[in-house]
Unconditional design. Sequence first.
Length: 49
Amino acid sequence: MTYLSGILIYLFALVAVGVYKIRSVKNSEDFMVAGRTLPWYILVGTLLA
């Protein structure tokens, strides 16, 4: 049961962040470039991955 509740909490958090962040996306161009607000540490992490 703990395993299932952990997955459900994770999915809820993921959806909550998505709903919160969708407000800043105005069109498909904003979506593709992350609204030009991507922090440097996330950008570096994605380039190194």
